[in-house]
Design a protein around this ligand. Structure first.
Ligand code: 6PG
Length: 265
């Protein structure tokens, strides 16, 4: 189970981006001090754009020693890195191209070619970076939430949900009619810190189901994410949190312990 779980709600998506950037900086300093490097797996999709732009701007950019930062990806689409759908391209445009990070610290997932071969190759890269560990020990994994309850490319009712030994798999996603490459739930759960950043009213039903509903990981794969020895943080704007039970008092509006899954399987 996570060492701590917190659900923090903020008025705007801009505040969520700022708080996520503040946590990134804090964890980067801590990791660099503790073991000389900060290994972070970036989220894809659109939500993280604002956070990456905040990180790439003042004052955050100069608060980070980018030479100690290693950027990985939680998942990738099977397209070239210059394709509009590429998670790497999104991160490059918003963050990587704006900061002084060594190329050798960029650990992109190859999108072109055979998905299974690319997943196997990334799995091996992670095992080389985190040698002699049962799971990758990312200092931070950033994640988003799809309105269908997926995270990374762990989509409902897909084979990737059943991976136990692999750290990275190719996953056929029928609803998209495409392969994705993704970290597995066990790999994500090895992290020291996992943070979800979720904004917008469109995500409110999924947020309410995931955090307050019964545990149904096959239908809501994000419920598989429970860092075994790490923190779990949900950063929500008020729109995404709008279907959650209202906190008991205004004082609790920013930090509320996650209701324990009383329907644990
Ligand atoms: C991806 C992401 C995916 C994303 C959610 C939310 O590759 O798309 O890894 O899990 O976080 O789909 O996407 P938005 O932030 O665009 O709503």
């Amino acid at each position: 189970m996570p060492s701590s779980t917190s659900v923090r709600v903020f008025e705007t998506a801009k505040e969520v981006a700022r708080v996520a950037a503040e946590q990134f900086v804090e964890l980067a300093h801590r990791a660099a001090a503790e073991h000389g490097r900060f290994a972070v797996a970036l989220a894809g999709g659109n939500t993280p754009r604002q956070m990456y732009q905040v990180l790439a701007g003042d004052p955050f950019r100069n608060q980070i020693d980018w030479k100690s930062v290693h950027l990985f990806f939680g998942d990738e689409r099977c397209v070239p890195h210059d394709h509009a759908d590429s998670n790497y391209r999104m991160a490059f445009d918003t963050l990587i191209s704006q900061v002084d990070i060594p190329v050798s610290n960029l650990h992109a997932i190859k999108g072109e070619g055979d998905p299974t071969a690319n997943a196997t190759s990334y799995d091996a890269e992670l095992r080389a970076f985190f040698p002699d560990l049962p799971k990758p020990r990312f200092d931070l994994v950033l994640l988003g939430l799809g309105d269908d309850g997926h995270t990374a490319s762990l989509f409902p009712h897909t084979d990737a949900l059943r991976a136990t030994a692999e750290w990275v798999v190719a996953n056929w996603v029928e609803k998209l009619r495409e392969h994705r490459i993704t970290l597995t739930a066990p790999a994500i759960n090895g992290a020291a810190n996992v943070t979800f950043a979720v904004v917008g009213a469109g995500k409110a039903p999924a947020v309410a189901e995931v955090l307050g509903g019964p545990t149904q990981p096959e239908r809501l794969p994000v419920q598989m994410i429970k860092p075994e020895a790490g923190t779990l943080t949900w950063l929500l704007d008020s729109a995404a949190a709008s279907r959650l039970p209202k906190p008991p008092s205004p004082l609790a509006v920013h930090v509320a312990e996650r209701p324990e899954d009383d329907n644990e399987d």
